[in-house]
Each structure stands twice: as C-alpha cells, then as structure tokens.
Design a protein around this ligand. Structure first.
Ligand SMILES: Nc1ncnc2c1ncn2[C@@H]1O[C@H](COP(=O)(O)OP(=O)(O)OP(=O)(O)O)[C@@H](O)[C@H]1O
Length: 187
C-alpha cells in the first residue's frame, strides 16, 4: 500500500502548478480523493466521481465522528475530505495526493493514513505576494488574508513537522526535487 503524500504551503506558493505538472507526466500513477459535499449534484455529476453527495445530517454526523481530514462551509453547503475517500484511492493502487492546509496536516498526522508531508515554500513573502497578484484570481482583501495565513503556515513549517521543505523558486528545479521525494516515497 502506498503512502499518501500531503502537499501544504501558503496559498500562491505553487502547489497546484507543481501538481499539474506531476499529473501531466504521470497520468495514471496518482490520484486525488473525492470530496464530500451537501450541495445538490449538477447535471452530469455522478455520485462518487465529482463528489460524494451526502445529506446535511449525515455530514454533521461525520464531523462529530471525526471522519474528515478537513471540512468547511461555503455558501450554505458543507465540503470536506473524508479519511475513507483517501483510503479508497490507496486501495485502487494509486498514490493519493492531498493538497491541504495546516489544520488538515495536523488531522492527517493524527490519523492512521501513514502519510508523508511535503511543504512548498515561496522564495520570499514578496514573491508570494506578487504570485498571488499575478494569478489575478484574488481581491485585495483575499490577498491580505492569504498573506496573513501564510505566516502561520511558515511558522508551522519551521517547527520541523514536514518530511521535506521545497522552495519553489525555479519551477523546474523545484519540480525535480519534488519528484525525487515522491518517487523515493513509494519504495
Ligand atoms: N516557480 C514559480 N515561479 C514563478 N511563478 C510561479 C512558480 N510556481 C507557480 N507560479 C505562479 O504562482 C501563482 C500561484 O501558483 P498556484 O496557483 O499553483 O499556487 P497554490 O499554492 O496552488 O495556491 P492555492 O493554495 O491558493 O491554490 C500562479 O500564477 C503560478 O503560475
């Protein structure tokens, strides 16, 4: 059974960019867990494929029972990553990748998932800010929030809880370092 690999790091540090490269190079080797949600399926969405669609009562019960690595509420609906969804990916023979925040990292650490933890750090806070601006997806308020949260993530990483910290300065160099860590993990 392969060990899940947890990606964390400040918003805008390049996690999605690195993961996208990894999926492009190894289309069948890795998988993401299917999230759970209480929102209604949209046309064409299949239960267990896009999301696990669950009733509010069931979702709340799962929260109570500690079944989620992380969960949140957006516009009146619950969304979360269940430990069981990660196990499903592992059972399918793929290496499960998780992109989660500090709270999620703590939850995975206290689960039985036996994960390995990778922290993607920005070269500097200034670089992080310019990447967030450059991405063009955030309001000023959202940028400030993400930069404040970044400080918490970096402080957390400085306590040595991750197996590896990669500075995403040059994308290809960071990618190679990440790949080396991930492929070594499988042995
Ligand atoms: N090594 C790099 N050098 C310069 N720019 C980069 C590098 N890596 C990523 N970027 C750019 O930085 C921006 C943020 O990257 P990305 O969206 O991958 O971050 P993220 O960590 O996934 O953020 P979030 O947690 O908010 O999803 C993107 O516009 C991306 O193209």
């Amino acid at each position: 059974m392969s060990r899940p690999i947890v990606f964390s790091g400040p918003s805008g540090t390049g996690k999605s960019t690195l993961l996208k490269k990894l999926f492009a190079e190894f289309p069948d080797k890795f998988g993401f867990s299917v999230s759970s949600t209480t929102r209604s399926p949209r046309p064409g969405e299949v239960n267990g494929r896009e999301y696990n669609f669950v009733q509010v009562e069931q979702f709340q019960k799962m929260i109570q029972e500690g079944k989620f690595i992380e969960w949140a509420q957006f516009s009146g609906n619950y969304y979360g990553t269940a430990v069981d969804s990660v196990k499903k990916v592992i059972e399918s023979g793929k290496v499960c990748l998780l992109d989660i925040d500090m709270q999620g990292v703590k939850a995975v650490k206290s689960s039985d998932l036996n994960a390995r933890f990778l922290f993607i750090a920005p070269p500097s806070v200034e670089d992080l800010e310019s990447r967030l601006r450059g991405r063009g997806t955030e309001t000023e308020e959202s940028i400030s929030k993400r930069l404040a949260a970044a400080k918490g993530e970096m402080d957390f990483a400085s306590t040595g809880v991750h197996d590896k910290i990669i500075v995403n300065d040059d994308l290809n160099r960071a990618y190679d370092e990440m790949k080396q860590f991930i492929l070594a993990t499988e042995k």
